[in-house]
Design a protein around this ligand. Sequence first.
Ligand code: AKG
Ligand code: FE2
Length: 330
Amino acid sequence: MLPVQELVSGHVASDDVPTRFVARAHADDAPATAAAPVPVIDLGRLCRQDVAGADDDEAAKLRLALESWGLFLGVFGQPPEVKQKLTNLVDGKDFQLEGYGNDRVRSEDQVLDWCDRLYLKVEPEDDRNLALWPTHPDRFRDVLHKFAEECTSVRDRLLPEMAKALGLHDDYFSNQFGDKADTYARFNYYPPCPRPDLVFGLKPHSDGTFISVLMVDNNVGGLQVLRDGVWYDVPTRPHTLLINLGDQIEIMSNGIFKSPVHRVVTNAEKERLSVALFFSVDPERHMEPAPQLVDENQPALYRKVKTKDYIAGLFQYFSQGRRVIDTVRI
Ligand SMILES: O=C(O)CCC(=O)C(=O)O
Ligand SMILES: [Fe+2]
């Protein structure tokens, strides 16, 4: 498969798309009508509760990280031969998770997404595959490092708050992450698509992570979230990060916190970019509902599963348009 960006620049007539991208029959799916009521949390205030005086510093660092946007977008503006050096196809054919290109194509009938992505392991730091980290634009590596550090500190501020909200000990979730917790960065680039009525930028899915921290395009919407059978637009809001809960916290919270199904719709005129940092627990650890949240009135809703196996299932199920969390429900 060519990167979608190259398909768009050369191969597609203006009102047509290759059939492999057609995800939905024309108008089979009413467009989202309302904006999702996404709660806004001031992280500066959250920090202030914990460490007196630390908030200004933190807020300034976070601002710096958010200003990296132009630099991240610059990756997709490089000529094809520069991006090809970062390819996710070993010897031009064998798919590896990390790198630049399309997601894995497992079968002829898999519906494709109108999206090119660069996927990089960021933590543990020793496992970084720097050969796949762009050197153009300059400073990309430094900025991704910094951005990941800042988002990790956001994660570490949130974990105790989420544990407390469930009546668990402050450290409960932090302890679940383990020493070898992994973090991946995913840069999503959605070229303009001539048939938004037929094609998704990203098919409906939930994230298999604990939490994902998303920086979405300020100018172009497209992310939608499913709630009670209705798709809602997620509003764009400058200078905010979107925190999305993933399957791992749904399992550990015994279903009290939900990992929402979301998707990205395409846009006929505008390109769109998003950057996601996916925070997962140590792949060698098992996850299960917190024992404190299980009793005879509230039986466990999910079975215990090794994180590594869960993540492997995630990619397989995603390519089939299914959810791996359904396989661990009791
Ligand atoms: O592009 C977006 O806004 C969402 C991306 C996303 O859901 C993902 O990468 O898992
Ligand atoms: Fe997602």
